[in-house]
Ligand binder design. Structure first.
Ligand code: F6R
Length: 610
């Protein structure tokens, strides 16, 4: 969603350049407008555009702003259209304050009405502007005291940064439900919604908790709570390099991230496989043997692609642990009636670790008495910190809005979890050892599956002008059909649906004609013969079949119009391979259609609002 960066450095660097470079690193999150406010000799100077970061660079080149500190923002519109006026930073009436904000002020309408009655003049349609006016009126000797007082009136979520012309070196930061972190440099300090924005300048970051207020000046920083009590927060090191957030010769981040999967799968497995004992070393789960034995049910909560990984995980966990598993849309789960969950393990799956719906589902599960673990990629993210334990994916930063490498790593992590719980609950040694060997082979097999890319590119040419597509699969590969359809629709804007293959005859079969590409996810497994019957049904109605199948799986010559063959692996692991050609297919179709692959319209990378 929106991105924030702030900088204060006592004059050692030009703030505007640092802020704009930082905004450039946040572009991947998806946005519609950008702005910057800098403390200059003449007060706060603001530049904003409805457009992209290069447009803001152009504006700042024409109308420079020089200063030693400032704040900047990329906006993804929620309240108010994506116009220049509505872009952040927002000012108070006297233009002495500037505010950037991520999140939603839920009582913005009531606050605005009260502030207008008190004589404040609003210039935008945003909820954020209410914050600037509230702080303008708030009593207090310091900016932080005024921010704390103002926030007492606010209902909603925020990660925000405020500057004031009266105290030009200072930035005040507040967090409630929207991620913000601090960057610690040498005589210079940063605030950002995402470490990518500041990695160029520092690797030392401080994650803030909800309720924290941070005060940054070139002399240092401190964190307090709402009662102004000092809070100690650890300084963490960012473990990945700048290279991870650069294209390095690839045309798009999505293409780079698809190609990285042999390495990212290896990285999720690294140090976690114990061959002799057929075990997974996943100490971060913080589950004792007694905890594992006590689990009566597992609930997985997630959104989007992570939810699809959860559906794969249901098969994996039920097979390996014999524990019943339900998979819930986090956004639906959080609002359902609370049933006490004493013997339940809840698993929150999230690449970003910041998805608001998943975070709230985790909190709801915990409130109902469940133990909660997180399968998360971003180290130090809110879900990772709030869960009782978990498994980090270690897939490196995922920049492309469409999730790819996180999906395969999530399935690997779910398998490691299944192996661990299974071992605790009586899964046989031989079966475990076999699975460990199969897992170890995965990076090589993923690399082989990626070699399909030239074939997939040719296929993409055949289907680039399709208007609809159907993706079908069964069992553990039904979620892969859903994921293939999601990838295609979100980046190419072709309408695509995923269905369990056998469900097709209960409705969707009516759609099939010669113009409808039907993708079957059909690796070799128990339900393969059934899928062949489903293919016959499509063929009989003139549909064009693309089969994602396995090497050595027998001929599909008379049935499938196109075949893409991935290597054989254990059936439970097959989604990690079958999804690869589908990621590539969506990518190449979107490129051929001229779509902005890494920044699909209306989408944002990390959905931190409900
Ligand atoms: C699709 C996609 C989204 C995310 C979803 C959850 O390509 O990226 O559907 O999977 O927004 O995000 P995380 O995993 O960060 O919780």
């Amino acid at each position: 969603m929106c991105g924030i960066i702030g900088y204060t450095g006592g004059g050692q660097h030009d703030a505007a350049s640092i802020l704009l470079r930082g905004l450039g690193r946040l572009e991947y999150r998806g946005y519609d407008s950008v702005g910057v406010a800098v403390q200059t000799d003449l007060g706060i100077a603001t530049r904003k555009v409805a457009g992209r970061v290069p447009d803001l660079w152009e504006l700042v080149a024409r109308m420079p702003v020089y200063g030693a500190s400032g704040i900047a923002h990329t906006r993804w519109a929620t309240h108010g259209a994506p116009t220049t006026r509505n872009a952040h930073p927002h000012a108070d009436c006297g233009e002495r304050l500037a505010v950037v904000h991520n999140g939603i002020i839920e009582n913005a309408d009531a606050l605005r009405a009260a502030l207008e009655r008190a004589g404040h003049i609003f210039r935008t349609e945003t909820d954020t502007e209410t914050l600037a006016h509230l702080i303008e009126d708030a009593p207090g000797d310091t900016l932080e005291a005024r921010v704390i007082t103002a926030l007492e009136h606010v209902v909603g979520t925020y990660g925000l940064a405020v500057i004031c012309a009266d105290d030009p070196d200072k930035i005040v930061v507040a967090r409630q439900g929207s991620p913000v972190l601090l960057g610690v440099g040498d005589g210079e300090y940063f605030v950002a919604s995402d470490a990518a924005a500041i990695l160029e300048y520092t690797r030392s970051i401080v994650h803030l908790d909800d309720g924290d207020i941070a005060v940054l000046t070139p002399a240092g920083y401190h964190v307090v709570d709402r009662e102004s009590h000092v809070q100690l927060r650890a300084v963490d090191d960012i473990t990945w390099d700048l290279e991870a957030i650069e294209l390095n010769g690839y045309a798009h981040f999505m293409q780079k991230e698809i190609a990285e999967q042999p390495e990212t799968v290896r990285s999720t497995l690294r140090g976690r496989l114990v061959f002799d004992d057929g075990a997974a070393r996943v100490d971060g789960l913080n589950l004792t043997s007694a905890d594992c034995a006590a689990i009566r049910q597992i609930t997985i909560v997630a959104c989007g692609t992570s939810w699809h990984a959860g559906l794969v995980g249901r098969h994996t966990l039920e097979t390996l642990t014999q524990i019943p598993v339900t998979v819930e849309y986090a956004s639906e789960y959080r609002y359902r009636r609370r049933i006490p969950l004493p013997s339940t393990l809840t698993i929150a799956i999230s690449q970003s670790g910041e998805t608001a719906d998943t975070l709230e589902a985790l909190r709801a599960a915990r409130a109902a008495g469940s133990r909660v673990i997180g399968l998360v990629n971003v180290v130090g993210s809110t879900i990772a910190r709030e869960a009782d334990g978990g498994i980090y994916l270690h897939a490196g930063p995922e920049i492309g809005v469409a999730s790819t490498k996180a999906f395969t790593s999530q399935i690997v992590a779910l398998t490691l979890l299944g192996l661990h719980l299974g071992r605790e609950r009586g899964l046989g040694l031989e079966e475990r050892q076999d699975l460990v060997c199969r897992l170890a082979q995965l990076p090589g097999l993923v690399a082989q599956a990626l070699q399909l890319e030239p074939e997939v590119r040719l296929l993409a040419e055949q289907f680039a002008q399709a208007r609809n597509a159907l993706y079908l699969g069964r069992g553990v590969n039904f979620p892969v059909a859903l994921e293939g359809a999601l990838k295609l629709k979100e980046i190419s804007y072709i309408h695509a649906e995923g269905y369990p293959a056998a469900e097709m005859k209960h409705g969707p079969i009516a759609l099939i004609d010669a113009d409808m590409p039907v993708v079957f996810v059909a690796p070799h497994d128990d339900v393969y013969p059934k899928l062949l019957s489903n293919m016959q049904e499509v063929k009989a109605r003139g549909g064009r079949i693309i089969a994602i199948t396995t090497e050595g799986n027998g001929g599909l010559g008379t049935l499938a119009d196109y075949q893409l063959r991935v290597p054989q692996t254990a059936p439970l692991l097959s989604p990690i391979l079958t999804v690869i050609p589908l990621q590539l297919l969506a990518y190449h179709i979107a490129v051929l259609r001229g779509c902005d692959v890494d920044r699909p319209r209306n989408l944002a990378k990390s959905v931190t609002v409900e």
